[in-house]
Design a protein around this ligand. Structure first.
Ligand SMILES: NC(=O)C1=CN([C@@H]2O[C@H](COP(=O)(O)OP(=O)(O)OC[C@H]3O[C@@H](n4cnc5c(N)ncnc54)[C@H](OP(=O)(O)O)[C@@H]3O)[C@@H](O)[C@H]2O)C=CC1
Ligand SMILES: CC(=O)[C@@H](O)[C@H](O)COP(=O)(O)O
Ligand SMILES: [Mn+2]
Length: 380
């Protein structure tokens, strides 16, 4: 029986992790859950899974939980997330928290040599070098939950790194894939939140529409699979059935396919290297699908992807700025304070004015993150 800490428990990936646990009570026990402020979603989960420890974002949320009479120990803030990630009782940390706020908890879980099921891509974008150095030092693997990275991880299984020619990430194109750039001027938050294939949290759904999600994933792949940016391609694949591929030096391409259901990659990261029945009735029916479509990616149509490649190649604090600017810009769009196209404009401006610092330490990363967020907010 593995004892699990779920960070981001009330979110889209968090809730689907509970589904996996529900399907395999003989394998998993939820020992800790960490979330932000969504007490209404958290309370039934606390009642159902009786975690020993709960982490919340602030004291107000702690008060709200305590008023409900929870018997769990309640700890607060990012220090709370760090503490529970290194808890000696925990075997597996599922990091499904949203944003680079998950960085220090990731480092803590690595230092405590936990099994890590990793969804929190913003952490690798903001400080991939620190995370991977620590992972190497402690001989800890980050088991990918992001569907593309889970696919690549599966395709690479048993292969030699020296035989890999390139990684090919697939991107759906997001909610506005059939619109021209001119048509993006007046799109609404409501429309942006309608992903064609996946049901996900609001931030990643907007990232998918701007194609920044794929940009973050290119950087995530660079770090997870130690692959240069020149060897990571992105292609448009509107059905999201092929979750990603690896091309080898003999021109063989190994792809991983499945229905768009995150419980697959979440469960694989929890059960790796074995596989278990999935809590989902729907398997992939290629006859029903009939056709799969592929199209060349366009940097002109999706400038966020171009900015992500460029920031990744520069490295250092440039990707910290990319991530922080994107997190704030997307939040402002979701609050209807800026337009959809303002997201890319704000990120571009933040990248242009930043003087890169190479090989930044944690303190520098955190300072650049805070500074970038403040600058973006001041400029709106
Ligand atoms: N959704 C998906 O299918 C996929 C998601 N991912 C990645 O997984 C991560 C989570 O995404 P998703 O589940 O969609 O996001 P959601 O917005 O649905 O959930 C985010 C979770 O993080 C919590 N949270 C946010 N800020 C804080 C904070 N400061 N302190 C503590 N907890 C916090 C939220 O708590 P609360 O709501 O209670 O405030 C919530 O539990 C992201 O990095 C995303 O890119 C990757 C692939 C697929
Ligand atoms: C489920 C998942 O991993 C998401 O990151 C998904 O890939 C988003 O889809 P697109 O970014 O391809 O639209
Ligand atoms: Mn993905």
């Amino acid at each position: 029986m593995k004892k699990i800490a779920i960070l981001g428990a009330t979110g889209s990936v968090g809730l689907q992790t509970f589904d996996v646990v529900r399907a395999h009570p003989e394998l998993f026990q939820v020992y800790t859950m960490a979330f932000g402020r969504n007490v209404d979603v958290a309370i039934p989960l606390i009642k159902e899974f009786s975690p020993k420890r709960v982490v919340v974002q602030d004291l107000e949320t702690k008060q709200a939980l305590l008023q409900e009479g929870t018997s769990a120990e309640v700890v607060v803030g990012s220090t709370g997330m760090v503490e529970v990630s290194a808890d000696a009782e925990v075997d597996v940390v599922v990091n499904a928290v949203l944003g680079s706020v998950g960085l220090e908890a990731t480092l803590a879980a690595i230092r405590a040599e936990k099994q890590i099921a990793f969804a929190n891509k913003e952490t690798l974008v903001t400080a991939g070098h620190l995370v991977m150095e620590e992972a190497k030092h402690h001989d800890v693997s980050l088991l990918p939950v992001d569907s593309e990275h889970s696919a690549i991880f599966q395709a690479l299984n048993g292969e030699r790194k020296s035989d890999v020619h390139k990684l090919i990430l697939t991107g759906s194109g997001g909610s506005f894939r059939d619109l021209t750039r001119e048509q993006l001027t007046n799109v609404t938050v409501e429309d942006a939140l309608k992903h064609p294939n996946w049901s996900m949290g609001a931030k990643i759904t907007i990232d998918s529409a701007t194609m920044m999600n794929k940009g973050l994933e290119v950087i995530e792949a660079h770090w997870l699979f130690d692959t240069p940016y020149e060897d990571i391609d992105v292609i448009l694949h509107k059905e999201s059935v092929i979750h990603s591929m690896v091309e080898f030096k003999d021109n063989s391409v190994i792809a991983q396919l499945g229905t768009p259901d995150m419980r697959g990659p979440i469960q694989y990261a929890l059960t790796y290297p074995s596989r278990q029945r999935l809590p989902s009735p729907k398997s992939l029916d290629l006859i029903e699908m009939g056709k799969l479509h592929f199209q060349e990616m366009s940097f002109e149509r999706f400038p966020c992807l171009k900015m992500a490649y460029e920031a990744g190649k520069v490295g250092g604090t440039m990707t910290t700025v990319l991530n922080a600017a994107n997190e704030v810009a997307v939040a402002l769009f979701l609050q209807n304070k800026i337009s959809f196209l303002d997201i890319e404009r704000l990120i571009e401006k933040a990248l242009q004015r930043h003087q890169v610092i190479h090989h930044p330490d944690l303190e520098t990363i955190l300072a650049v993150d805070v500074e970038t967020r403040a600058q973006i907010r001041e400029n709106v």
